[in-house]
Design a protein around this ligand. Structure first.
Ligand code: MOS
Length: 773
């Protein structure tokens, strides 16, 4: 059998995307549709005294203006609401009152016949404000910091073992430094966009979201509409990076506007509006203290983080999240402090916590390497964590030593002169740096439906979504291998909340969560067909043992004698069947959080649960006791930089990643994910930064001309390799997620290479020429 998993298969949706055939949320045009444009606050804190909409309302084409005065009342979602969705700013439901908590908050939505008319009229809405004194500077307000009890989903924010302070006192080598990262914005290519349409008492959304299932639950809660009357579609998504993992005002506002005017509406945020209406990464101030002996063996790690949240919700950028598990140390102390500011609430951004956290920790490790005169790779090997020491659990699978070895060979680490500022190419200073990458391997409950049709093709459905990462493609591979069909004969349907509920595209979890469900549903359908043929006197497989039969080459055949068997087409034709259907729900969760309540009797979910009880694939998967294990991916980044000594400019010349992420489902999309993360890291290290007006607290770099992201001209020579050893504990498919690990560590590797090239340690990101000169 020619299995497809692992192969560098082209994206199944590639042609649609490059020919414009893939329709994104903002591209749905519905008859009689109204165009909406949001109006944003120009003050940073205060109240709306009065909002004059009469001039805008008289403007050509305007249908109405939605403000807190004529808006419908929303319900605040609570933890008892139907599971899944979470509103990004829980105490600031849009247009519910006159309060302003940050610059750029939505204060009105103008509805017009055309987008241009709405955009013009939006400039005519004139709010009068009562201005209050805002606070928006993290450093100036550091004394207001408090210790949050927990982070997102109950994540621990204060973690310790042993006594790090005592151990630091007696350590023979000590380092203590503070590292900072600025506010970053996700800047996905596709904007946040919603088309909403009421049909009687049901509401349909085309919404750019990382969770169709979660958005359905959330809109049901906020709008007070039963779940079965809400449908969310997101067929194609142009990146999310975390900002589309939560609902921002555009989604619910579109439904509110549509209700008000009884017409379909479209609301798309502009690039500039997304700087204040779609989250961001928190600024971080990270103080790290390391203590070791002369060989570099760590006796203490301390990581004190100060990060920011807003006045309307509590979100913690858990920059210390990896610190207690990445290296072996008897004494660890990780803490997070939070300062509330008048800015939009931060939210997860690609490798939330780990991206800034591994930056600081891995630069600190490099500093310790120089201080203790131990090679940076050797330092990491001396402190290799054989188990998850905080939780005393075995890793489900960890092959990080191989990553270090392979990466070192690839970059030629042994030829590097350890002395900083000692290598040159022409006038350019040459530097090499490395850092460890790590990200948790998450898996959560997912379900799927599979249908094998009489013409020999199959369809698989799941209410997860492809945010641009290749989910359609790898799920097609998983289903094709299960059915024994070529990928051309398999269609995977995602991005519709009507399908069986699948994982949200967050926490790098879709592959490990949805893959097993799709495989189980597909194999469930195969097993139904197997039962038919062994019982059918007319089948060449009549009377055979079920376990001796395999699905391959478009049908069922004897495992040990491939010539005996028949095609699905022949089987279904003889059986007189249009199709064979199966559904499966896999409930394995590697996270502590509890899954949603058991399915209600008579519901579609209950039906899937019941069928899963007789699915041997699901049963086998679920019976494995995963409690003794910790699930993490690991890897390493090696980079070579060239620094211009006259201009202070840094070019990443070569970037090598070696990743241990379990089974690689598709070599092409996998490399693409890791490279994407590395590009994110180059931006984070060298150019990205949201600047705020120091007097007003409003973002001033709010377009892609002023908020610099890496472009093709900034790209290094990339090499991405995988260890590709299946993680048999996380799931039967052996794959862990790869969406986020690529950005972890890379920023530190670049920073360490800059130090090696120049002898200058810049601890404040991004490393721009002004800081280097
Ligand atoms: Mo990711 S930041 O968990 O979408």
């Amino acid at each position: 059998m020619n299995e497809t998993v692992g192969k560098p298969i082209d994206r199944v949706d590639g042609k649609l995307k490059v020919t414009g055939g893939a329709t994104y949320s903002a591209e749905f045009n519905i008859k009689n549709m109204v165009h909406c444009v949001a109006v944003l606050s120009t003050i940073t804190k205060g109240r709306i005294k009065n909002i004059n909409t009469s001039i805008a309302e008289k403007s050509p084409g305007v249908i109405g203006v939605l403000t807190y005065k004529n808006s419908m009342q929303l319900h605040t979602p609570t933890s008892s609401d139907p599971g899944g969705g979470k509103y990004a700013e829980k105490d600031l439901l849009p247009l519910q009152n006159d309060r302003i908590f940050y610059d750029g908050q939505i204060v009105a939505v103008v509805m017009a016949e055309t987008f241009e008319q709405a955009e013009h009229a939006a400039t005519l809405v004139k709010p009068d404000y009562l201005v209050e004194e805002p606070i928006f500077d993290l450093e100036k307000n550091i004394l207001k910091a408090y210790k949050p009890a927990s982070g997102l989903g109950g994540a621990e924010t204060q973690v310790s073992r042993g006594n790090a302070d005592d151990a630091l006192k007696s350590a023979s080598v000590k380092m203590e430094e503070t590292y900072t990262t600025p506010v970053y914005h996700h800047n996905a290519m596709e904007p946040h966009a919603t088309v909403a349409l009421w049909q009687g008492d049901t509401v349909l959304f085309y919404d750019a979201t990382q969770t169709v299932a979660g958005t359905k639950s959330l809109m049901s809660s906020m709008l007070g509409v039963p779940k079965e009357k809400v449908r969310v579609i997101s067929y194609y998504i142009g990146g999310g990076f975390g900002s589309k993992g939560f609902s921002w005002p555009n989604t619910v506002l579109a439904a509110m506007a549509a209700k008000l005017v009884s017409r379909p509406v479209k609301l798309v945020l502009s690039r500039q509006q997304m700087f204040t209406n779609a989250g961001r990464r928190s600024q971080t101030i990270q103080k790290i203290s390391l203590g070791s002996d002369q060989s570099g063996k760590l006796s203490a790690i301390k990581h004190a983080n100060t990060v920011e949240s807003s006045f309307v919700d509590e979100f913690v950028e858990t920059a210390g999240v990896a610190t207690s598990m990445i290296y072996s140390s008897p004494n660890v102390d990780v803490s997070h402090s939070l300062v509330r500011l008048n800015k939009v609430t931060p939210c997860p951004m690609r490798a939330p916590g780990e991206a800034p956290g591994t930056y600081a920790l891995e630069v600190a490790m490099d500093e310790l390497a120089y201080q203790s005169k131990v090679d940076p790779i050797q330092l990491r090997l001396v402190n290799y964590a054989e188990e998850e020491e905080q939780k005393h659990k075995k890793f489900s699978s960890k092959n990080l030593r191989e990553c270090y070895q392979k990466g070192a060979d690839m970059i030629g680490w042994s030829k590097r002169k350890p002395q900083p500022n000692s290598m040159k190419e022409g006038k350019m200073l040459v530097g090499y740096g490395m850092a460890t990458a790590t990200y948790p391997a998450n898996r959560s409950a997912s379900s799927a439906k599979a249908v094998l049709f009489a013409d020999g093709h199959a369809e698989v459905m799941c209410a997860t979504q492809d945010i641009g990462t290749g989910t359609y493609t790898i799920m097609t591979q998983a289903a094709a291998d299960a059915f024994g069909l070529p990928i051309e004969k398999v269609t995977v349907k995602l991005g519709d909340s009507e399908f069986p509920k699948g994982a949200n595209s967050g926490g790098s979890q879709v592959t490990a969560s949805v893959g097993p469900a799709i495989r189980a549903a597909s194999l469930g359908a195969v097993s139904k067909v197997v039962k038919m043929v062994v019982a059918d006197a007319k089948s060449p497989l009549h009377g055979q043992k079920e376990y001796d039969i395999v699905a391959q080459n478009g049908g069922l055949f004897l495992k040990d004698k491939n010539s005996i068997g028949e095609s699905y087409v022949d089987i279904l034709k003889r059986q007189g069947l249009q199709d064979v259907r199966a559904q499966a729900a896999t409930k394995v969760s590697t996270r502590q959080q509890t899954e949603a309540n058991p399915a209600a009797a008579g519901s579609a979910e209950k039906e899937i649960e019941d069928e899963s009880k007789t699915n041997p694939i699901v049963q086998e998967d679920e019976k494995l006791d995963r409690k003794p294990f910790a699930f993490h991916s690991f890897g390493v980044h090696f980079v070579k930089v060239l620094v211009d000594p006259d201009l202070g400019t840094v070019r990443v010349d070569k970037a090598i990643a070696v990743m241990d992420v379990g089974t690689v489902m598709n070599l092409k999309t996998a490399k693409n994910q890791i490279m994407g993360g590395m590009v994110f890291g180059i931006g984070m290290a060298l150019m990205e930064e949201t600047h705020y007006d120091p007097n007003r607290g409003r973002p001033v770099t709010k377009d892609l001309a002023n908020y610099l992201v890496p472009v093709n001209a900034d790209m290094p020579d990339f090499e991405v390799e995988f260890i590709n050893k299946p993680d048999t504990i996380i799931s039967p498919i052996g794959a862990r997620g790869i969406g986020e690990i690529g950005i972890t560590g890379i920023t530190a590797a670049i920073n360490n290479a800059i130090y090696h090239a120049t002898g200058k340690r810049i601890r404040e990101l991004p490393v721009t020429p002004d800081k280097l000169l």
